[in-house]
Design a protein around this ligand. Structure first.
Ligand SMILES: Cc1cc2nc3c(=O)[nH]c(=O)nc-3n(C[C@H](O)[C@H](O)[C@H](O)COP(=O)(O)O)c2cc1C
Length: 309
């Protein structure tokens, strides 16, 4: 699988998840064989104004590469300036978010709102491409509502504008995260486009990823929620059944968090990740309670290490 000049080792990609896909989790997923990782969505305005919190979201390390940075915004000029800034950082791909359904984002004409305005969407893609040497990809949804599904047409627009690949989260804006992803839309996008198509939505296991590629013909799959507490989703054998076998990966996650995050400020985020590793295990509820009560990352590590048999 290639995106422009960038070769992916595997066609399994970690989806951008705001609030979750920070450097430690992305690195862990790369170690667990994800072929590509994507930053959380980054505001083009935040980048152009040089906001420190926004700049920090571009943090990466050589072991993570290939790495994509996702931008969102509705102003072609500012998006172009942001693309130029991104290009001066160690990054392999720029992805443009045209699928975010959150009210705050669509109200400003960004994210999924761009699926209703193909001219503006095209201007954004072209301006971003004109401001970077990096391959540019576009992530969008099936369409705005059930009665206005336009993902195939949108993909062709993106391709003609010069996009190197597209990702389709096969839900409409109006579905938000409800219902289920419609694989038929991914198949239709694949038929319409000649650039690589990445299928996305509801993949919970490696087999389901393979199944989506077979069923729709898409070239790669992107996994979001299914990777939370389950970075084994990028491997054929999947998540182990016992706590003992899960602990080394969870402890590795905590080690990376300690290395790269402000763990005092983001302890709640680390706890949220950690609790998800226990899913389906006997005694999970009790251990989760203990995790929640930990006052520091160090204590969390001790707690989990003591659970080893
Ligand atoms: C908490 C959360 C945060 C998300 N943040 C982003 C984001 O920053 N950029 C983006 O393109 N999509 C974002 N998404 C959408 C996911 O990337 C993905 O398209 C969607 O969750 C469907 O895939 P999944 O079923 O594998 O999770 C987010 C989804 C969730 C649940």
């Amino acid at each position: 699988m290639k995106i422009g000049p960038v070769t992916l080792d595997t066609p399994f990609i970690l989806a951008p998840l705001a609030g979750y896909t920070d450097l430690p989790f992305r690195l862990l997923c790369r170690e667990m064989k994800a072929g590509l990782t994507v930053s959380e969505m980054i505001s083009c305005h935040g980048l152009v104004y040089g906001q420190q919190k926004t700049m920090a979201m571009m943090q990466t390390v050589p072991e993570e590469r290939p790495f994509a940075i996702q931008l969102f915004g509705n102003d072609p000029e500012i998006m172009g300036q942001a693309a130029h800034i991104v290009s001066t950082h160690p990054v392999d791909i720029i992805d443009i978010n045209m699928g975010c359904p959150v009210r705050k984002v669509v109200k400003k004409g960004s994210g999924a709102a761009l699926m209703k305005d193909l001219n503006r969407a095209e201007a954004i893609i072209r301006t971003v491409i004109n401001n970077t040497e990096l391959p540019v990809t576009v992530k969008f949804r099936s369409g705005w509502t059930e009665s206005s599904i336009n993902a195939p047409e949108f993909a062709m627009m993106a391709e003609n504008a010069g996009a190197a690949a597209v990702t389709v989260h096969a839900r409409t804006w109006s579905q938000m995260f409800g219902g289920s992803a419609d694989r038929d839309v991914i198949a239709r996008v694949k038929e319409a486009a000649s650039i690589p198509v990445i299928g996305n939505g509801d993949i919970l296991s490696y087999e389901q990823g393979i199944e989506m590629m077979k069923e729709t013909g898409c070239d790669a799959v992107m996994i979001g929620r299914g990777a939370l507490g389950n970075p084994w989703v990028f491997q054929p054998d999947g998540r182990p059944e016992t706590l003992d076998k899960r602990l080394p990966v969870l402890l590795r996650h905590l080690e990376l968090a300690g290395q790269y995050l402000d763990t005092d400020r983001l302890l709640f985020r680390i706890k949220n990740h950690a609790a998800r590793y226990l899913s389906g295990l006997p005694g999970a509820a009790g251990i989760r309670q203990q995790i929640i009560q930990c006052p520091s990352l160090q204590e969390m590590k001790h707690l989990l290490q003591d659970l080893k048999t």
